[in-house]
Design a protein around this ligand. Sequence first.
Ligand code: NAD
Ligand code: LMR
Length: 328
Amino acid sequence: MSKKPVRVAVTGAAGQIGYALLFRIASGEMLGKDQPVILQLLEIPDEKAQNALKGVIMELEDCAFPLLAGIEAHSDPMQAFKDTDYALLVGSRPRGPGMERAELLAINGAIFTTQGKALNAVASRNVKVLVVGNPANTNAYIAMKAAPDLPAKNFTAMLRLDHNRAASQLAAKTGKAVADIEKLAVWGNHSPTMYADYRFATIAGQSVKDMINDETWNRETFLPTVGKRGAAIIAARGLSSAASAANAAIDHMRDWALGTNGKWVTMGIPSNGEYGIPKEVMFGFPVTCANGEYKIVEGLEIDAFSQECINKTLAELQGEQDGVKHLL
Ligand code: NAD
Ligand code: LMR
């Protein structure tokens, strides 16, 4: 094993997503089977959370993962983010049954200001940050704004779960393999307003839109199913999605770090004005990744219905952004 270990910070490490995530990072599923990792785990100082974290660490040790070069437990982000190359910001207050996103925004705003400042102060200058904790786009925006010495492009929000959900629905509808779906895009906020867009999608080179050829299904079944999937899982499980969220986080970071070979994926990233989205809005865009960088797929035609959907999710995000102005 010749590669130097990289440092991976995970917040909310004793939570349910953490439990579905850490073992996969340690086994090399995120950064490659030849990449040793040091896990820097953050939990709140609360005794119960720290004890739970100890238990998770015992289990990580008991896996004897060859790639796991070290594990640290922390309650202070200034220590947890020290020199970190990757930061997965999962820890936050999850949405319970009937809870509105605005409530979440207020509770979580403070967490991401503190963590953004800590990343700014101590993380690697190339740190790749993924925000999973909801409301993910706005939390990522807050962290980015709290870290003015780091490149804004290093802050991203997780839209990959929406992307994967959309791909799975399309595979079921067409009866084709999910792995064969290319050129899918999810625009906007990780919320029911996101716009999953299969107008450009192909399966084995054939147009998915032509295969389905049913605009009513798109508007009345597909979009609501993907948009409200998180709520449906909460209603069914009494808990928000965890294994699928962890899986999406692995997909997001792996693709960002190791590349997508030209395949489109969706990432929530700060806009540079593409597609008329104002600068700095943390927006879901179709991207390709190569050499550790993502690049927006540009030049896609936006028809009237798509523009309407994009405007709606953008308005929601700008509303959230306005709601946290006082924190920045
Ligand atoms: P959980 O309650 O099981 O775990 C969250 C953990 O975070 C807890 O252990 C808690 O102690 C810890 N935590 C809270 N504040 C913290 C802080 N300031 N620093 C460090 N740790 C902190 O929740 P979960 O099911 O793991 O979900 C975590 C978050 O992910 C929630 O906000 C949830 O809504 C969100 N989520 C996002 C997506 C997405 O697609 N973006 C999908 C699913 C869930
Ligand atoms: C999800 O999409 O599963 C999560 O974001 C949970 C939620 O609050 O909807």
